[in-house]
Structures are given as structure tokens and as C-alpha cells.
Design a protein around this ligand. Structure first.
Ligand code: BDR
Ligand code: CA
Length: 332
């Protein structure tokens, strides 16, 4: 089977964890590099989480490079300090959807032997692109800081990027009046650089991710596989359902939960999972008072501006959940 070469850029995160499992445990993909970026939690924490997941699922051969510890030009903690304020007003649980560690709900073994590479993410991504005979797909699952810097630092390598399959943004799904979607909110300027890069972009925003909701039955099926990866996935999905629904109580979700980042990887494993999408003009707010980082999607096609993003609206939920299960079962 011809495998699709990919780089996964992430900030784990429960849904990033699921995305790493799908990426590393599906025979369709060849994960050449994992990079980390500050987002869900500070860089050191999300890197520790990514290293733990890779080691636990048996993907130690995949190199991991640490990336940026803050957005390109916004203050280091601007997103999380704004969110802390927002939590006080909404009755949201402490520490958000992913908890204090960024990946609450599973005890990974101490003394993980896996370590980050000596070189940083942008350099490591450039190396993968330079050395590859074929074009490489980049899958960003956090703020777009690393990817934007890659584009700016290595314009000569942009042609080696086949496409960007990203989790972020939203089209018609309104999340809050405060920040819309987290990843684009954290680094609006990086998002703008990526949207204006000319690279083909497939955007898995809240429209699709809040339509792919897993429930207890999905967890039970995964749990039936007795390998350690399935056990870890099941435990972390349970915690995420509890935490996500407590973090965003106004959404009214109780027994179901999204698994955002996994959608952007699943669509690369099997593009036929996408059942509804549209090529549209998408921009992002960078100079606003209230909604910096909000994606502005011309879904009514009124601007006449050129389409730059394939916006995904729906996926085949059942086949997506089957893929989650199959990949968890393939892990260590
Ligand atoms: C995004 O924010 C993070 O918490 C998730 O991992 C996902 O990438 C959803 O808005
Ligand atoms: Ca993420």
C-alpha cells in the first residue's frame, strides 16, 4: 500500500491524542514527524503529553520536535488568561476541557525514554520536506504558529507541501461571542499567514467537529480490544467527555462529545469520510475588538473573493468511529 507522508503538529490534548493514535496506527499514513506548539497548555506540558502518547502506543520511531512556546506576535498567555476570565462567567469547570496537565485522566508510566530532537520544529519540518521525494501533507491540530513560521522561513519548500489538513476555525457554527474557535483564537496572525499561503487547505472547524459526537457505545467498543492503546484511548475519552461538557455547559452536551482534532487526521487517512464540504473564501479577524482569531467564511459567496479553503461540514460518523476503533486496536 502506498502510504501518505504526513507531519502532525499538535498540542495534546485529548483529541490530539486520538489524532496521534489514528495517524501513527493506520497503515495508510507514514508519520514522518510530530511537532508540538503551545496552545491547550504551555509547550513543556503539551510536549510531555505527546511524548507520553507516542511512547505508550508504540510509536517511538516517530521523531518529535518542539516548536513555538507562544504565538507569533501576541503575548504568551493571552488566550488562557482570557479563558480563565470567561470560565468565571460561564460556570465552566476549572482548568478547561483538558485539565491541569493538558491530558488529564490517564497515568502514563514514569521514565518515558522518548525525547525531543535536538532541532526545533520549523527546522525539523523543513528537513522532512527537503528530504522527501514526494509532497508531504501537514496536519496542524493546534495554533498555526509553527506552520506559519515554516512558510515564512522556507518559502522555497512551500511547493513540497501537498496540502494542510487543519483543525481550527468555524464557518456557521457559533461557539461564543468571546473567542469562537480556540486554535485560530490563540494565533490569529499565524492563521492569516497560512490562509494566504496559496497551499491547498482543508479546514475541519466546529461545523464538522460538533457534528461528529462520540458516545458511550463508541468507548465500549474500543474498550473491548484488550491492548494497552485501546485501554488508554477509552480512559482518556471518558475523561474528555466529562471535562469538555463541564467546560462548555451552555452547549447542553451530556452523553456525547466531539473529538475535534481526530477529524483532520481521519480525512487524510480516508478522504471518502468527508460527506459534505465546500471550497470557499476564508479570512481571519486580526484587528477586531471582540473576535480576534474568528474565521470569516464567505459561505454565501457574496464577496467574489477567490476560494482558498475547503471547508468541511459533515463526515460519515459511523465510519469515522470505526476508524478510531481500528487504529486503537492496531496500537501496542
Ligand atoms: C481545539 O482546541 C483544543 O483544545 C483541541 O485540542 C482542538 O485542537 C478545538 O477548538
Ligand atoms: Ca489540539
Amino acid at each position: 500500500m502506498k502510504r501518505v507522508p504526513v507531519i502532525i503538529d499538535c498540542d495534546p490534548g485529548h483529541d490530539d491524542m486520538m489524532a496521534l493514535v489514528i495517524g501513527c496506527c493506520s497503515p495508510e499514513l507514514d508519520v514522518r514527524l510530530v511537532t508540538t506548539v503551545a496552545g491547550n497548555k504551555p509547550l513543556e506540558l503539551v510536549t510531555k503529553n505527546a511524548l507520553n502518547v507516542l511512547n505508550y502506543i508504540g510509536a517511538n520511531e516517530v521523531p518529535l520536535a518542539m516548536g513555538c512556546d507562544r504565538p507569533i506576535c501576541r503575548p504568551k498567555d493571552h488566550a488562557n488568561s482570557k479563558l480563565a476570565e470567561f470560565r468565571r462567567h460561564t460556570g465552566s469547570i476549572e482548568n478547561g476541557a483538558h485539565g491541569a496537565t493538558g491530558l488529564d485522566g490517564f497515568q502514563f508510566p514514569e521514565n518515558n525514554p522518548k525525547e525531543p530532537t535536538d532541532i526545533r520544529a520549523v527546522e525539523a519540518m523543513a528537513e522532512v520536506l527537503r528530504e522527501s521525494d514526494e509532497k508531504v501533507t501537514i496536519i496542524p491540530l493546534g495554533p498555526l504558529t509553527n506552520v506559519a513560521l515554516l512558510i515564512r522561513c522556507y518559502p522555497n519548500l512551500v511547493d513540497k507541501i501537498d496540502k494542510i489538513s487543519m483543525m481550527g476555525g468555524t464557518s456557521q457554527f457559533v461557539f461564543t461571542r468571546q473567542y469562537m474557535e480556540f486554535n485560530t483564537f490563540v494565533d490569529p496572525e499565524a492563521t492569516k499567514i497560512v490562509f494566504e499561503s496559496g497551499i491547498p487547505i482543508i479546514m475541519y472547524g466546529y461545523d464538522v467537529t460538533y457534528s461528529v459526537l462520540f458516545d458511550e457505545s463508541v468507548i465500549r467498543k474500543i474498550e473491548e480490544h484488550k491492548n494497552q492503546t485501546s485501554h488508554m484511548v477509552a480512559e482518556l475519552l471518558k475523561t474528555f467527555m466529562y471535562r469538555h461538557n463541564g467546560a462548555f455547559p451552555w452547549l447542553g452536551l451530556t452523553d456525547t462529545c466531539p473529538i475535534h482534532d481526530a477529524c483532520a487526521v481521519a480525512g487524510v487517512v480516508d478522504p471518502s469520510l468527508i460527506t459534505q464540504s465546500e471550497l470557499l473564501h476564508v479570512d481571519v479577524e486580526i484587528g477586531g475588538n471582540y473576535l480576534n482569531g474568528a474565521t470569516v467564511v464567505d459561505y454565501a459567496k457574496t464577496t467574489g473573493l477567490p476560494a482558498n479553503v475547503q471547508v468541511v461540514y459533515r463526515m460519515d460518523n459511523q465510519r469515522f468511529f470505526d476508524l478510531m476503533e481500528r487504529c486503537a486496536a492496531n496500537g501496542k
